[in-house]
Design a protein around this ligand. Structure first.
Ligand code: PEP
Length: 252
């Protein structure tokens, strides 16, 4: 049995007071969720979010971290700083980091290694653009992202990595991959983990779906055999919507 993960990526939204208020609303709504519930607020609100989360079953994630541990790296935040502020998880390789900030598979790989060394659980994002899908390159793109992003990781380190399949064309667009499209890709990715890390790791790894997940589509997505959770952007900013997603009912 793989415990599902429902993670909210707050992106560049919510100041400290707004974050604390959203956490206050969410905490009671997700207390019985049968999933690991995670929120990823803005860096500067992590400390106050950790305090607001006390007594809840919601874990704290960052949306990024440096591949460096310390030194002359102006503007960076290291994995150990994230542990220090109370994070247990970090989102790495998000398509916005890849597309808007030029993050490469190699850089993401080094970030994942740094996160593993500090004891953070990584949610590693992969996904193809619309152009790549239309040119039938989806599986090639994902193969490269997975192989290069996870290069050099041991089977043991993989225990602390989850993967989020987020088709770029479905992020923030209101378009969701069909349950069949998502299941096909998730099954392919699990097969890749099998060939890279063996059967046990492939059966254990959580593969989340992300891309316009909403209360209306979460149940059918979560009913798919290889979909083990959701990475949620827009809908994670409203307590009722995110709580409904966290309290999904898997139905066909
Ligand atoms: C995301 O940013 O990871 C995401 C999936 O966003 P949205 O749910 O808004 O599509």
């Amino acid at each position: 049995m793989r415990t599902p993960i429902i993670a909210g990526n707050w992106k560049l939204h919510k100041n400290r007071a707004e974050a604390a208020e959203l956490i206050r609303q969410l905490a009671s709504m997700v207390q019985d969720a049968e999933a690991t519930v995670i929120i990823a607020p803005v860096f500067t609100t992590l400390e106050s979010a950790r305090i607001a989360l006390e007594g809840s079953n919601i874990a704290l994630a960052a949306q990024n971290c440096s591949c460096e541990s310390s030194g002359a790296f102006t503007g960076e935040v290291s994995a150990s700083h994230l542990i220090d502020v109370g994070c247990s998880h970090v989102i790495l390789g998000h398509s916005e980091r890849r597309q808007l900030f030029g993050e490469t598979d190699d850089l993401i790989n080094r970030k994942i290694s740094a996160a593993q060394q500090s004891g953070l659980h990584t949610i590693f994002c992969i996904g193809e653009t619309l152009e790549e899908r239309e040119q039938d390159q989806t599986l090639d793109v994902l193969r490269t992202q997975v192989t290069e992003g996870l290069a050099g990781l041991s089977t043991e380190q993989m225990q602390d990595v989850s993967i989020a399949y987020e088709p770029v064309w479905a992020i923030g667009t209101g378009k969701t991959a069909s349950t069949e499209q998502a299941q096909d890709v998730h099954s392919f990715v699990r097969g890749m983990i099998f060939s890279l890390f063996g059967q046990q790791t492939s059966e254990r790894v959580r593969i989340l779906y992300g891309g316009s997940v909403k209360p209306e589509n979460v149940d059918s997505l979560m009913a798919q055999q290889d979909i083990d959770g959701a990475l949620v952007g827009g809908a994670s900013l409203k307590a009722e919507d995110f709580a409904r997603i966290a309290n999904f009912r898997a139905v066909n």
